[in-house]
Structures are given as structure tokens and as C-alpha cells.
Design a protein around this ligand. Structure first.
Ligand code: SF4
Length: 331
């Protein structure tokens, strides 16, 4: 079956007058219909840039897609013109951000904002009455009484605003929801409620989710699979089982888990790893993680690092060479 989304060899640079920053360095990533994939990594790993590239939303003056493909059901979005991308956005792919106010209009009633979105992408030619019914239905779905449809964003709490954002994003039943740190700004209880809501909606509507987060606890709560990004590359990818129960991990992933022996421990915030992420304008040769890696070998400092695969689990690290007897093979 055709994948919903396939990112192939995506390369993105931010080019300024003084620097050429290699922010995404040839990543390959795919998402099945109905799958929730967590894209995890520290700030600056290239997660948001990857997400923005999917919808051609990179900062226009500096962001340049240098190569690769972003296939939505086989069609390359990077080759579409602005108008077509605008249609895809909102209709087939929606985004929610850390700050719900970045997608809400402060001077417009929340119900009108959802209605406006539906009118903009009215493929099903809904009548005014249908649209109004859908607005109320979406509000109720995210746990907001439809009697509040005439209120303004400032009348809602942070968690409720994010629910409005989700209602707006899902009103047109997109195939893919990209959620960039959607719960980071919320307190823990509300975070959990919003995640549960996203999971419920996914089950009801069959939407796939690309969840960008730095929080492995969030991943454990709702993801089916995980991709771990470092310095613009994917260093590890696997099912939630591979990552949380599996024996083998990329040294960076191990660092993310810290010293927690029980990898299923929920709400484990990322513990800082010694050293800093390299400057994207001056990336080290060889494995990008080598200056911080405690297992670094001579060969890690030069040349490309192979990706090893075992079933659904992939790891880009020379250490996996020793695991060939365990079924790990270069892919
Ligand atoms: Fe560490 Fe080498 Fe693996 Fe990179 S390739 S993570 S430096 S062991």
C-alpha cells in the first residue's frame, strides 16, 4: 500500500549573508495512513524545519530546499505551485503549533474562525447550515461546549485555546496533522488531556499525526513509532516497542533517555547530554555526534556512517557493525 507521506533525501539550508547552515541533511522518513510518528530531538536538531518544508512554509528569505522529495500519496509537494500547496494546507495537511495564538485570530470569534477554515476548503460544498453544524460538532469533539462558539480566544485558558486550535486544524478532516510541540506550553495535567484528545480524535477520524517533541514521555503516551533527529540527520527510527523496549540504541538516543533503567518510565524529560549540538554552519566530518559520543572510534571521525536495519528498527552508527550476528544489516 502507498505510504501517506514519504520524505526522501530532504536537504534544507538556511543561507544568510555570512553563513550557509545545513539544517536538514538528507533525511528519509515515511508515515503510514493512521500512524502517529514522534519526531524527537533537542532544539536545533532540524525537526521544525523538516515539518515546515513539508508545507513549503520555510522562512522565505533564508530557507532553501537543496534537494529531495516530499511525497504525499506519491505526489511531490516540493514541485507543486503556491496555490496547490495552499489547498493541500488545511485540507489534506494541517498544522498546530506550540503557541495556539499563532494560528488563532485574537479579534475573531472562535466559531467564526473554524467556519472560515471550512469555507476556504469547501470541497464538499457544504451549505452555511452544514458548516455551522460542523463548527459546533468540532467544538464539542474537543470538549468545548458549542455554546461558547461566539467567544473570543482571550476568553479561553491556554489548554482550551490549544483545543480550539485542534478543532480548527481537524475541521476539514485532514489526512495528516503536524503538531509542533503542541503541549509544551501547557501544564502537565492539561498536557495529558490534550494528548488524550489528539489520540481519541486520531482514532475517530483516522488522521495520521507527525508529532514534534523533545519529550519522550509525550512520545510514550501517544506515538506508534519514533524518529530521533540529531544535527539534521535521523540517527534512529523504530516502533515504540523498538525504542522503549529494544536492546540496541544509538548513543544519542541513550543520552536522551539519560540513565533511566526503565525505558518505559513515563514523563521522562530529556536529560541534558554533555556538550552542545554542532553549529549547522560548521558541522563535524564523519558522525555528527562524534564530538559528544563516549563510544567514538577513529572511523567515526571521517566519512559517512552506515544505517543498520533490523526489522522496523534502524540505527545510524558504526557500533551496530558488531551486532550483525543479531540480525542487524547495513541497509
Ligand atoms: Fe558514536 Fe561513532 Fe556511533 Fe557516532 S558512529 S554515535 S561517534 S559510535
Amino acid at each position: 500500500e502507498e505510504k501517506l507521506l514519504e520524505i526522501k533525501n530532504l536537504e534544507v539550508h538556511y543561507i544568510t549573508e555570512t553563513a550557509d547552515m545545513k539544517v536538514v541533511n538528507g533525511i528519509n522518513l515515511s508515515l503510514e495512513h493512521g500512524e502517529t510518528l514522534g519526531l524527537v530531538g533537542e532544539t536545533g536538531a532540524g525537526k521544525t524545519t523538516t515539518a515546515l518544508s513539508i508545507l513549503n512554509l520555510l522562512p522565505s528569505r533564508v530557507g532553501k530546499i537543496k534537494g529531495g522529495q516530499v511525497l504525499l500519496e506519491g505526489k511531490d509537494l516540493l514541485k507543486e505551485d503556491k496555490e496547490e500547496i495552499r489547498q493541500v494546507r488545511g485540507e489534506r495537511i494541517s498544522m498546530i503549533f506550540q503557541d495556539p495564538m499563532s494560528s488563532l485570530n485574537p479579534v475573531m470569534r472562535v466559531g467564526d474562525q473554524i467556519a472560515e477554515n471550512l469555507e476556504l476548503h469547501n470541497r464538499e460544498k457544504r451549505s452555511k447550515e452544514d458548516i455551522e453544524n460542523r463548527v459546533c460538532e468540532m467544538l464539542e469533539l474537543v470538549g468545548i461546549p458549542s455554546s461558547r462558539r461566539n467567544e473570543y480566544p482571550h476568553q479561553f485558558s491556554g489548554g482550551m485555546k490549544q483545543r480550539v486550535g485542534i478543532a480548527m486544524a481537524l475541521a476539514c478532516s485532514p489526512q495528516l496533522l503536524i503538531a509542533d510541540e503542541p503541549t509544551t506550553a501547557l501544564d502537565v495535567t492539561i498536557q495529558s488531556q490534550v494528548l488524550t484528545l489528539m489520540e481519541d480524535l486520531k482514532k475517530k477520524m483516522g488522521t495520521s499525526i507527525l508529532l514534534i517533541t523533545h519529550d519522550l514521555g509525550v512520545v510514550a503516551e501517544i506515538c506508534d513509532s519514533v524518529a530521533i533527529m540529531y544535527a539534521g540527520e535521523l540517527v534512529e527510527r523504530g516502533s515504540i516497542y523498538d525504542i522503549f523496549e529494544g536492546k540496541h540504541h544509538h548513543p544519542y538516543t541513550k543520552g536522551l533517555f539519560g540513565s533511566i533503567p526503565d525505558l518505559t518510565a513515563k514523563r521522562s524529560r530529556l536529560t541534558p547530554i554533555d556538550g552542545l549540538m554542532p553549529d549547522p554552519a560548521d558541522l563535524p566530518a564523519g558522525c555528527k555526534f562524534h564530538p559528544r559520543c563516549k563510544s567514538c572510534m577513529e572511523k567515526c571521525k571521517i566519512g559517512a556512517v552506515p544505517v543498520y536495519k533490523n526489522g522496523s528498527h534502524k540505527i545510524q552508527c558504526h557500533l551496530m557493525e558488531k551486532e550483525e550476528k543479531d540480525g542487524w544489516k547495513i541497509c
